[in-house]
Design a protein around this ligand. Sequence first.
Ligand SMILES: [Zn+2]
Length: 429
Amino acid sequence: MTIGEDWLVLLPSEAQEVIENGHGWGNLTCRLSGPDRAALVVALSNEGSDRVPVVTDPGHFLMSADFHPAGHWYSVTQELVVVEYFLTRQSGSLRFEEFKRIVPRAVEPSPGKWSIAVTYCPESPEIVDGQPLPVWSAWMVSGSVVRPIALDIHNGKELLSALDGYWPIRQLSQTRVLLLGAGSIGGAVAEALASYGVGQIDAVDPDRFLFHNVPRHVLTTARVGMSKVDALAQTIGAKWPECEFVAWPIDLVVNADVVRPLLDAADIVICTVDGVEPRRVANYLARRAGKPIVLACVLGDGRYGEILRIRPLPEVGCLECQRRRLQEAGRIDLETTLDRGYGTGTRHNPMTAVGGDLHLIGQLAAKIAVATLLRRQGELDQTLVDDNLVIALRPAPEYPSPFNATRMLDQTWYPAGRPYDDCPACTPT
Ligand SMILES: [Zn+2]
């Protein structure tokens, strides 16, 4: 295997700390893949000490690649930083003797072998064309030639907090969302909330993740058999470490006593369960706790997405009140189709909604919940069109209004109705 210009070295943050605080040089062990032309630093030493492993994602694709112990790191002067800048622009290389003149510690590989070097310049970076030059570089080193290769460093800039100033990440980090349902819509909600920077998500769902769920869910086959909320906690924790995702593998209807305190602690509730009864329970609990709730579902065999936002205001009717008004107006209530769920793909329970559509509705529900939270904190640009949204996924003009769109992705926004005086959720007896 030879190593060319288009190789990439990945440097975890813990390895950077060792190098920044080290004594000028050390040994590196990488796992590397020839077909992928990529190397991951997995262990390193300070000077000639024993190599110490660094924390890496155990699921990283290079963790099953071969070990390659022939690598070194060096602290270097600005001269090498400037040389690297010009070599990269010209796709050039250095003779090993020239590299060793600038990096006197440089170790020459045995004849016919090569190694990886990572260099770090502790001096303040040189400015060229108004831009500071990178203090970290990676190199392919052989006894004859040394050339710069690409380096990607894990340094915290990939964290969401790096968006501070562009998105209200600090406000959202203080918010807590209760997510009821971790199915295909709920999984997409969870990922979207974490990516918006919500600080804590409590997720309630008693179901296990099974093979027939895979094609519509954000989770992969690697998690089949786990509880859906535990699986999401792992997935989200790995990708968005700033989000605290708390798994509650319990049933909303049976364990309402456990859910009530979660509701009290939540800033908003998102309900993605697909049965009529748990939606009623969620509606009742949120209403009684005085919390806003966003209910998201796909109706009519996957033809429409519906997102209802019920704010805890005296003039806004709850889910029950809004359904009752629909029925009294002589309209067919598509919600009754919900108890059929989205199916398993079997003859008895055919799949009715496709993963992408369910994710789309989940992401919209998360967006609506986040907008509601931010608007309440005074972010005027987060004001929503209205409380309720029906969006056409496969239009069916023969359906009753507001489910009678003629065009794909047609959006019908409409206001929440008033509560009924005798509604047990809206008017305590
Ligand atoms: Zn009501």
